[in-house]
Design a protein around this ligand. Structure first.
Ligand code: KIV
Ligand code: ZN
Length: 507
């Protein structure tokens, strides 16, 4: 297995996304997370661009220890000096110098001849080496540069001391086959190429940033430059998470590893999205909200039988909560019944048929069907849960200076059973007293309270989800008294669980 160096440029090229400006605190927070993610190099900014960016790079270099800290400079004395000053306190500093080599950039932007560019590139790298051992050089717009000239520049900058030569597809113009063969060509034609690491930096103007980077790896690239969520100038850069997961999922092809801790991927994506304000599109590979969601009945059925039918990665591997089977009009009976079971309802065939018909007619009107909708469907006359235990008495002592205490009376048949208990709050005390009466032990997974009418005498609705061994059920209760609503919801769930167990035993 070859080792691919991950160069993250979220804080530099990523910050060049229109509208995404990161202050120094945000840059440090992201850089810390990038270290937890395990990137090798963090490009922290472009120090000459502003005082603020200089300070941000300087701060990142001073406090971040787990990765090389790099910054960008044009082939200009003042840029290189600012860059060197900003990264100098890093444990492993790197200066990244660039100069365009394509005809179009040389003629219209730089107004310089090839011979001048060749000289300037060598000079800039040599000048950078006065400050730092680790200098990277990028011939900007390499993929549109004349091949012979590009090879000459690469050879010259390595001779001048560049340790890494980065080949950018600056405007996202290259096709994967073409970009792969460019890397191969450089590797075969540049005589001193073995003295440097060959890197790639691919933009996404035609949506090919990741494909071009992978093609470069197949042809000998050893470092990839990428960003979290694929943010960056215009349509963005190759996405780090897509590259890493492609290499990992298709090890059979690439035979390459990275230092990335995959479980940190989702967390990093959320953080970058929050701090840059750039939302991740729902269908984005790896970390979009729909990346591990399934709606069609055929897919949901397959997923319930074996997840590898429709998932090539496990969501947990990238730190994502889990697979989501979205109930909607395309869902089938298998997924519907599975969700009902999770909510604690074991329906017989007739009940299931009736409930499924109601579900389908609701799904025609509503895009996504939530658990509360399912509860309403089955609660509405499909199954009636016998009240094994009925709440009869409820007395609470609570206040800011007393330990909350609950005295509960439950009716079981004609018997009145009473217990009292203290707890961390009145609801906790109440649930403990109920457990003491039923002799059953539950784990409270979820508790939510909402008001369903307005005003001082509003009706409160409590929904709870409880678990005992493998059984999970939810219950609902309403009252103008929220403690009573809480007790009723708990009793509803307890009775449901007792009912399901007795039905399962008799099936
Ligand atoms: O896209 C590009 O060419 C760049 C260089 C500065 C590496 O961002
Ligand atoms: Zn770029």
């Amino acid at each position: 297995m070859k080792r691919i160096i991950i160069f993250d440029t979220t804080l530099r090229d990523g910050e060049q996304s229109p509208g995404a400006s990161l202050d120094v605190h945000s840059k440090i927070e992201i850089a810390r997370q990038l270290v937890r993610l395990g990137v090798d190099v963090i490009e922290a900014g472009f120090p000459i661009a502003s005082k603020g960016d200089f300070n941000a790079v300087h701060k990142v270099a001073g406090v971040i220890k787990g990765a090389s800290i790099c910054a960008l400079a044009r082939s200009i004395k003042a840029d290189i000096e600012a860059c060197a000053e900003a990264v100098k306190s890093a444990r492993r500093p790197r200066i990244h110098i660039f100069l365009a080599t394509s005809k179009i950039h040389m003629q219209y932007k730089l107004k310089k001849a090839e011979s001048e560019i060749l000289k300037l590139a060598s000079w800039a790298v040599g000048y950078g080496r006065n400050f730092c051992d680790d200098v990277e050089f990028s011939p900007e717009d390499a993929s549109r540069s004349d091949r012979d000239f590009l090879c000459k520049v690469v050879e010259a900058v390595i001779k001048a001391g560049a340790k890494t030569v980065n080949i950018p597809d600056t405007v996202g113009y290259a096709m994967p086959i073409e970009f792969g063969s460019l890397i191969k060509d450089i590797k075969t034609r540049v005589p001193n190429i073995n003295k440097a690491i060959i890197s790639v930096h691919c933009h996404n103007d035609l949506g090919l940033g990741v494909s071009n980077s992978l093609s470069a790896i197949e042809n000998g690239a050893e470092q990839i430059e990428c960003t979290i969520n694929g943010i960056g100038e215009r349509a963005g850069n190759a996405s780090l998470e897509e590259l890493v997961m492609a290499l990992d999922t298709r090890k059979d092809i690439f035979k390459a590893v990275t230092s990335i801790n995959k479980k940190e991927i989702y967390k990093t994506s959320r953080l970058v999205s929050k701090l840059t304000g750039i939302v991740v599109q729902p269908n984005k590979a790896i970390e979009g909200q729909n990346a591990f969601s399934h709606e069609s009945g055929i897919h949901q059925d397959g997923m319930l039988k074996k997840s590898s039918t429709y998932e090539i990665m496990k969501p947990q591997d990238v730190g994502f909560g889990g697979t989501r089977l979205v109930l909607g009009k395309h869902s089938g009976r298998h997924a519907f019944n599975d969700r009902l079971r999770k909510l604690g309802f074991e329906l017989d065939d007739k009940e299931l048929l009736k409930a499924f018909e109601r579900f389908k007619s609701l799904a025609d009107k509503k895009k996504e069907i939530f658990d509360e909708d399912l509860l309403a469907i089955v609660d509405d006359g499909i199954v009636s849960i016998p009240e094994t235990y009925r709440l009869e008495d409820l007395n609470i002592i609570s206040g800011n200076k007393v330990t909350p205490k609950a005295m509960i009376g439950l009716k079981k048949g004609s018997k009145l059973l009473k217990k009292s208990s203290s707890g961390d709050g009145p609801v906790d005390a109440c649930y403990k007293a109920i457990d003491a009466i039923t002799g059953l032990k539950f784990k409270l997974l979820d508790y939510s309270l909402k008001s369903i009418t307005g005003g001082k005498d509003a009706l409160g609705e409590v929904t709870v989800r409880i678990k005992s061994n493998k059984d999970e059920v939810s219950g609902r209760g309403t009252s103008t008294d929220i403690i009573e609503a809480s007790a009723k919801a708990y009793m509803n769930a307890v009775n449901k669980l007792i009912f399901n167990r007795s039905r399962k035993a008799s099936l």
